[in-house]
Design a protein around this ligand. Structure first.
Ligand code: URP
Ligand code: ZN
Ligand code: ZN
Length: 467
């Protein structure tokens, strides 16, 4: 099957130009200047022509941080791999990297196999895994080497959630030592969980049980402190470090300072930290529970700093940390006690559109939008150039994006399997029109043509930002 996408503006991380794209089977095979003889010849011989006039033609989004079906706080995230990857596709994301979890007492391999089984045969788009290490031992440290060979080249450790996923500094140091030997990237959830748990207990003793106390007991200073500590541990070991879901300016300052010294430290933020704030967590009638995630939403003053970090590349990725829990049955678990509200927000469907609002408002360029949401995650997580760009040889994961569309987000119309939207009623400029995954049209002008099982597991290589 030969497909020509013609008349659009091809946008990559390095530039934008009017060009036609030739797709054969699952891959992009060539680009030609719009209107050139070459392009005209392709159009004549193509099996299918997609008219992208007035549209942006971008590489499919890569969401490097999702939690489909994640067990948390006695329940599990509402989206399955089937529903969550389908919702991602609707929003122009054609690859997700989810987090497989090692349960305490189990091996890494058991966790990885369990997550492979959950995703097998049901995903709408391609997917890979990071590995959450929650039981650092001599055995699991050795297992990290094998997992790198099996295409899992990044490992998340938690400074938060004592008794659940938490690792102490010595354990994190050991994982980093192993990573510095096998080339893996260590990802850290940087919040001081020990201090936070004390603040949580004190708040509850005072009868402060409402959702907003989730934020008050997780101050940004303790994210900054943990980020500093993670950077120091990484420095001692020489391992590359990736700070996940960075929310606070104090943490960003630490990342910026480390990067200025040349240390391989990277960080991601998420749309919720750019567009939502602690005021959402303070909504009455338990509505604030919809916005409970960790790290928590911050005062609005942090947002300008995060946009600055996205421009300067001190923040180099935008991922969603998609971890949805239904308001009615799941967030409800914490009605009498904020510490029992399952942590996480829905977002996988709206990342491309939300960050495009930064293009609309002039915070970032359209090329930077593509870089933050597709190209850098592809490089960072060992998928480039198969994913993350529009170039000969790359997978034909392509989004036709209409900058002229205006639409309103709502739980009534979204495709994530969750009963609320954190962006309910928000009007957005720009929207996804057509999505190709490996050459196949899976979304087109409001109709879904994908199928469960089209997505395949991606064995990832090492971080492309290291020498
Ligand atoms: O609140 C969050 N972020 N839930 C998902 C788990 C995590 O820490 O990423
Ligand atoms: Zn986390
Ligand atoms: Zn997460």
């Amino acid at each position: 099957m030969r497909t020509v996408i013609s008349g659009g503006t091809v946008v990559t991380a390095v530039g934008s130009s009017p060009a036609d794209v030739l797709v054969e089977g699952e891959c992009i095979v060539a680009l030609a200047a719009a209107g050139s003889e070459l392009a005209e010849g392709w159009a004549a011989g193509a099996d299918r022509r997609i008219d992208a006039s007035g549209r942006l033609v971008i590489p499919g989004g890569i969401d490097g941080h999702t939690h489909m079906e994640m067990p948390f706080g006695g329940t599990k995230a509402a989206d399955t791999f089937e529903t969550g990857t389908k919702a991602a596709a609707w929003g122009g994301t054609t690859t997700v990297i989810d987090y497989a979890i090692q349960s305490r007492g189990d091996s890494l391999r058991q966790g990885f196999d369990a997550w492979l089984a959950k995703a097998d045969g049901v995903c709408a788009i391609d997917y890979g895994f990071h590995m959450i290490v929650s039981d650092v031992s001599e055995f699991s440290l050795k297992e990290m080497d094998q997992l790198v060979d099996d295409g899992v080249s990044s490992f998340k450790l938690f400074m938060a959630y004592p008794g659940v996923f938490y690792s102490d500094d010595g354990q994190i140091l050991q994982a980093m030592q192993r990573a510095s030997g096998n080339g893996a990237t260590v990802m850290v959830h940087a919040e001081n969980g020990i201090a936070i748990d004390t603040l949580v207990a004190q708040a509850l003793e005072r009868g402060n049980t409402a959702p907003r106390f989730h934020g008050e007991t997780r101050p940004s200073t303790l994210e900054g402190e943990a980020t500093h500590r993670a950077i120091c541990l990484a420095k001692v070991t020489g391992a590359p470090l990736y700070i996940v879901h960075l929310s606070a300016m104090e943490a960003l300052d630490e990342v910026t300072a480390a990067r200025d010294t040349g240390q391989p430290v990277f960080a991601e933020t998420c749309p919720q930290y750019l567009f939502l704030s602690e005021e959402d967590m303070a909504r009455g009638d338990f509505e604030g529970a919809k916005y409970v995630c960790s790290p928590p939403l911050r005062p609005t003053a942090h947002q300008a700093q995060l946009w600055r970090g996205l421009r300067t590349n001190d923040l180099s990725v935008v991922a969603t940390d998609h971890c949805p829990f239904c308001f009615r049955q799941q967030k409800e678990l914490g009605r009498e006690n904020f510490s029992k509200i399952p942590n996480g927000l829905p977002g996988v469907e709206h990342r491309m559109d939300m960050i495009y609002q930064g293009v609309v408002s002039g915070e970032i360029t359209v090329e930077r939008w593509v870089e933050l949401t597709s190209t850098t995650p592809a490089r960072m997580f060992g998928l480039y150039p198969k994913k993350g760009t529009i170039a000969p040889g790359s997978d034909a994961d392509i989004v036709i994006y209409n900058p002229g569309l205006v639409h309103t987000l709502s739980a009534e119309t979204h495709h994530m399997d969750v009963d609320y939207s954190v962006y309910e009623g928000r009007r957005l400029k720009g929207g996804v029109e057509t999505v190709l995954s490996k050459g196949r049209i899976i979304v087109d002008h409001g109709a879904y043509h994908g199928s469960a099982g089209h997505g395949r597991f991606l064995e990832r290589g090492l971080n492309g930002y290291l020498g």
